[in-house]
Design a protein around this ligand. Structure first.
Ligand SMILES: Nc1nc2c(ncn2[C@@H]2O[C@H](COP(=O)(O)OP(=O)(O)OP(=O)(O)O)[C@@H](O)[C@H]2O)c(=O)[nH]1
Ligand SMILES: [Mg+2]
Length: 462
């Protein structure tokens, strides 16, 4: 089914000084509009050129005759386009002024300014891609490592959509078995059929659980592992941040209480994005700014996936170290024993007691030793070797995870209902519930609100 849409336009490139800028137009009026404002160098009618061709000329204001820019115009006719509508792209010079002026001209001649993500939304509404593929487009734009990009590319290629289709087929088969039971209720067949339905339901539940289990690594691959560098003042937290980033990002001094604000930077370890967060040294203080910093440190550590708890090897452990350790309980911790280039003063016995079975890595941020070891410990702790970049299906999206958790609940109810011998009609309700949830991933059963929320997260021009 084809829908009726007006013609939209937007600047698709980054708004700043750049080599080129692209103004994109999509819709039935695209060719009509370009024919009014484009003057090709070789005489031709732009409205009747072949699809997927590029044309050289000027953008000219037809009313004033003013030449705006020398451009290349790409003409792509429906249906083989990004939106499945007629698409025209004007490649002009980069910079804020030229592309904005051309966009204004396009709008003046009949287009409407596109909303964020509206081009991709049309690709979805016109049936070229499913909702999970549209979401993959945002993931590609925002991905921070090659690994995150690779998963997003797979999702764009439809791997997740296919998986959902398979799951849906399994549920449909289950449903037809159930309906058969309702239609032909013969006593002796029934028992066997019920067993078969239960087996199928369990199989579906397994598939769903597997996908949910993948979502924790998926979230990390997409958003990065929130890694907070925590410790008392002056132990070398900011030095550690700088050493891992290989740049002097944070201020380092020998004055305790140097860092006041939270500093966040991305790095990557074997393709896993790591969001490193340097924090103010935690201690009791009456100094106002530092106090706020300490509060922020505590907020950061509450939300972190991993804590790098930094200790100073050149000094004894103090009450402050123990107090910090107490508030870290329940967290994933790697103990980082810093300043091992200096004579060791820390009491090894006390340290052992504190660390227990935990992981400890000795580093010197000054001599840059132990950092590789630290990186591989971070990697091992998070993935324990289980997740590899070659894995096919992985859930990287929080919305998909939620939907699958709902589907799981329905399937659990199905199994319970069969075991308790409830009527087929009742079981059918939950089977349909699961089906409905799965359809939300590809978009078939997603509500308009959900769809709008997804596209609002896009940038204008995509
Ligand atoms: N010898 C030696 N000195 C270090 C090492 N790492 C950090 N330092 C020094 O320790 C002092 C404190 O370093 P910072 O990185 O500012 O410490 P911090 O934990 O961020 O301190 P606050 O921001 O005040 O909480 C500086 O003088 C650093 O040069 C190290 O591995 N060896
Ligand atoms: Mg610091």
């Amino acid at each position: 089914m084809e829908m009726e849409f007006d013609t939209i336009a937007a600047i698709s490139t980054f708004p700043g000084e750049a080599g080129i800028g692209i103004v994109r137009i999509s819709g039935d009026e695209a060719l009509e509009i370009i024919s009014k404002i484009f003057r090709p160098f070789r005489k031709k009618d732009i409205k009747s050129v072949k699809s997927h061709t590029i044309h050289y000329g000027h953008i000219v204001d037809p009313e004033t005759g003013e030449v705006y820019d020398e451009v290349l115009v790409t003409v792509m006719r429906k249906p083989n386009t990004y939106t499945r509508e007629d698409v025209v792209e004007i490649n002009c010079h980069g910079g804020i002024v030229v592309s904005s002026k051309i966009l204004e001209l396009v709008l003046k001649h009949g287009a409407r300014l596109a909303e964020p993500g509206e081009f991709t939304k049309r690709a979805f509404l016109n049936g070229r891609i499913d909702l999970s593929q549209a979401e993959a487009v945002i993931d590609i734009i925002t991905s921070k490592t090659m690994l995150a990009n690779r998963y997003a590319q797979k999702q764009l290629a439809g791997v997740l959509g296919q998986k959902m289709k398979d799951l849906k087929n399994k549920i449909m088969e289950l449903l037809s078995h159930l309906l058969a039971l309702i239609d032909f209720p013969e006593e002796d067949v029934e028992e066997l059929e019920r067993e078969e339905i239960k087996r199928r339901a369990k199989d579906i539940l397994n598939d769903i659980e597997y996908l949910i289990a993948s979502s924790e690594s998926g979230r990390i691959i997409r958003e990065g592992l929130k890694t907070a560098i925590i410790g008392k003042p002056n132990v070398g937290k900011s030095s550690l941040l700088n050493a891992l980033l290989k740049q002097n990002r944070a201020i380092v001094t020998d004055i305790p209480g140097t860092t006041r604000d939270v500093i966040e930077e991305y790095m990557n370890i074997k393709g896993i994005p790591i969001k490193l967060i340097d924090t103010a040294g935690i201690r009791h203080t009456d100094e106002l700014v530092e106090k706020i910093g300490v509060e922020k440190s505590k907020e950061v550590l509450a939300e972190a996936d991993l804590i790098l708890f930094v200790l100073d090897a050149s000094r004894d452990l103090t009450k402050e170290d123990y107090e910090i350790f107490d508030i870290l309980s329940g967290k994933n911790i790697i103990f980082v024993l810093n300043k091992v280039d200096l004579p060791k003063k820390i009491d090894e016995e006390e340290l052992k007691k504190l660390v227990g079975n935990g992981i400890i890595v000795e580093v010197s941020t000054v001599e840059r030793t132990g950092l590789d070891k630290l990186e591989s410990e971070i990697y091992n702790l998070v993935f324990k070797g289980k997740v590899s970049a070659t894995e096919e299906e992985i859930i990287t999206n929080a919305r998909h995870r939620e939907v699958l958790i709902n589907a799981k609940k329905h399937m659990e109810s199905v199994i319970e209902a069969i075991e308790k011998g409830y009527s087929e009609d009742l079981i059918t309700i939950d089977v349909n519930g699961a089906l409905n949830e799965i359809g939300k991933i590809t978009g078939e059963t997603a509500t308009e609100d959900v769809i709008n929320q997804i596209f609002e997260r896009f940038c204008v021009g995509k």
